[in-house]
Design a protein around this ligand. Structure first.
Ligand code: PEP
Ligand code: MN
Length: 362
């Protein structure tokens, strides 16, 4: 897949040489005090270069807090004047674009629920013709790289060349332990196709809870992401949206200080290549463990079913067929027969252990 995207020199609109580049602010602007108090604390963190706030909230279900709308833009402008920090907001319609411009917002972003819809992205693109403002585009909800690139192209075709992509994870049927699976291979492929496109990771929406944010942020930095967008609220326990994943400004500061910034390039070509390959192997190992955990879940469900229906844990005929089928499959992938056999035996042994435990539960 190629693209003809015309992009401004990497990130020169985005950061001022501070590392890592961090965008932070509440999931939603809830009231003037919450926004100003949070923003003032964030402005004291040197790595925070831009403030975010959700003004209109795209909610999965109706009748929950849907954002304050226009009045919150006025508070954000007040915060921008006071702190001197740039601001960014999510826009989903041309009306949002016009209001954001009216209140001097510096950067716009398109949210995951909007990127999925080319009609919506196109109407936003049309409203941006002749406007010079940077636009960041979150990945669509589901893992579809073409749709993500398509949204970037639509905005680019409207004359916007200050672009960035935000990776916020992908919704799949089983996302455990994440809220949205990172599927790192997708943003990495985006970067391979469009190397000059700044790539920002949003560990908050990938994690869904505070405890995972640091490891996701570190991983993004290790994969050479250009920046992070992290939600923060002066008191996450009373947040109206995404309470479980917001960090207090103090916790954000500690988290950022604990991140290790590694060089993308080692001192020699050898180190450089070695590091890159190691990152890729780490990444694949994580995928492997995620898959094993999903497999484990299914095995448990089968165990429950067998228990309810009085079926034995082990069925030799099924095991034989399964091993043969996997051996053939693995052969086509040029994996060693002996290795596949040992691996399958180990995995099967674990399934038997899990199901036997279920059988013995009272
Ligand atoms: C957000 O940033 O608060 C948001 C709604 O994110 P996403 O579009 O990634 O779900
Ligand atoms: Mn949010």
């Amino acid at each position: 897949m190629g693209t003809t995207l015309q992009i401004a020199k990497q990130g020169n609109w985005l950061w001022q040489g501070k590392e890592p580049f961090v965008i932070s602010g509440p999931c939603s602007a809830e009231n003037r005090n919450q926004l100003l108090e949070t923003g003032r604390l964030l402005a004291k963190i040197s790595q925070v270069n831009m403030l975010r706030a959700g003004i209109w909230k795209p909610r999965t279900r109706p009748d929950i807090f849907e954002g304050i709308g226009e009045p919150a833009l006025d508070w954000l402008l007040e915060l921008k004047k006071e702190t001197g920090l740039k601001t960014c907001v999510e826009v989903a319609t041309p009306e949002h674009v016009n209001l954001a411009l009216k209140y001097d917002v510096d950067v716009l972003w398109i949210g995951a629920r909007t990127t999925v819809n080319p009609f919506s992205v196109q109407t936003i693109a049309d409203s941006l013709k002749g406007v010079d403002i940077p636009v960041m585009i979150k990945n669509p909800l589901h893992p579809d790289l073409k749709l993500w690139i398509g949204a970037l192209e639509r905005i680019n075709n409207a004359g916007i060349n200050k672009l960035a992509a935000i990776h916020r994870g992908f919704y799949t049927y089983d996302n455990k332990p994440f809220r949205n699976l990172p599927m790192w291979e997708i943003p990495i492929e985006l970067k391979r196709i469009i190397p000059e496109l700044p790539l920002i990771c949003d560990p908050s929406h990938i994690s869904g809870n505070r405890s995972l944010i640091k490891s996701v942020a570190q991983r993004a930095l290790d994969l050479s992401f250009d920046g992070l967008m992290i939600e923060s609220h002066y008191d996450p326990s009373i947040a109206l949206t995404d309470a479980a994943q917001q960090l207090s400004p103090q916790a954000l500061r500690e988290m950022i200080d604990s991140l290790v910034i590694r060089k993308e390039y080692g001192s020699s070509d050898f180190e450089n290549l070695l590091e890159k390959l190691r990152f890729e192997v780490d990444n694949l190992d994580h995928e492997l463990l995620n898959i094993l955990s999903q497999r484990n879940e299914k095995t448990k469900q089968i165990g429950e079913y067998k228990k309810q229906n009085n079926i034995t844990v082990l069925q030799i005929s099924r095991l034989r067929k399964m091993i043969q089928e996997r051996l053939d499959y693995g052969n086509n992938l040029e994996l060693d027969n002996n290795f596949i056999l040992k691996l399958l035996q180990l995995i099967h042994k674990e399934s038997i252990r899990v199901q036997t435990d279920i059988m013995q539960e009272k």
